[in-house]
Design a protein around this ligand. Structure first.
Ligand SMILES: O=c1ccn([C@@H]2O[C@H](COP(=O)(O)O)[C@@H](O)[C@H]2O)c(=O)[nH]1
Length: 235
């Protein structure tokens, strides 16, 4: 399915039925979808097949973080399942990321994007300090994203607050996937480093992950349509 929109809707639900109910209300030409830990833990790989049958591009957001052999094999199985995008943690290090990138590169005609999580959008400087990292989020994101790029990743997950810096440092083709997207007036929740959809696109983000502002809205389709319209997706 060819999707013009940069929006990736996070289907964070405790049952497969709820996620499919939402997916059926959405149009795969107007958004992609993301399967994270909650949904995958309840539904397993069947959810990927179900969403593919509905013609969605699927981002499998399991943030793999383990020894190189384990992560490379997990990424390969995700590609077998036909997901559009899969991710690992950049903090797993160069050998883990290189092994994962090599696993996908060895596949004939690989179509799956492989990206690395830098600093979670729910974290600020005080959270980093508590785990022994005496850098600003921007400094740590820059370090991990540079490592990810030189380890063969197609891009990173970061906050849109770092998109402009990363776009300048690492080039416009390095894919920037940004959660923590909050339309003006929507609840911040547990996210610390946020931006509006328009600000994020202007900063250089390629894909905008949106969960609760869409899935918990009274009219999810109306919110998605409004964001797409603001971004000029269908102008
Ligand atoms: O740094 C990260 C990495 C992943 N996420 C995921 O994105 C969505 C965001 O959902 P909202 O409801 O829009 O906050 C969620 O699935 C997270 O697991 C992230 O937020 N930050």
């Amino acid at each position: 399915m060819s999707c013009q929109s940069p929006i990736v809707v996070a289907l964070d639900y405790p049952t497969m039925a709820q996620s499919i109910e939402m997916a059926k209300r959405l149009d795969p030409s107007q958004c992609r979808v993301k399967v994270g830990k909650e949904l995958f833990t309840t539904a397993g790989p069947a959810i990927l097949d179900a969403l593919h049958k509905l013609n969605f591009d699927v981002f499998l957001d399991l943030k793999f973080h383990d020894i190189p052999n384990t992560v490379a094999n997990a990424v390969s199985v995700a590609a077998d399942a036909g997901v559009w995008m899969v991710n690992v943690h950049a903090s797993g290090g160069r050998r883990m990321m290189e092994a994962s990138a090599n696993a996908l590169a060895q596949r004939a005609d690989n179509q799956t994007l492989l990206i690395a999580v830098t600093v979670l959008t729910s974290m600020d400087q005080s959270d980093l300090a508590e785990i022994g990292i005496d850098l600003t989020p921007e400094q740590h994101v820059k370090r991990l994203a540079s490592l990810a790029q030189s380890s063969g990743m197609d891009g990173v997950v970061c906050s849109a607050q770092e998109s402009s810096m990363l776009s300048n440092e690492l080039g416009k083709d390095f894919v920037l996937v940004t959660p923590g997207i909050r339309p003006a007036g929507s609840a911040q929740g547990d996210q610390k480093r946020i931006m509006t959809p328009s600000e994020a696109m202007a900063a250089g983000s390629h894909y905008l992950v949106m969960g609760r502002p869409i899935t918990q809205a009274a009219d999810p389709v109306a919110v998605l349509t409004q964001v797409n319209t603001e971004l000029g997706v269908f102008a």
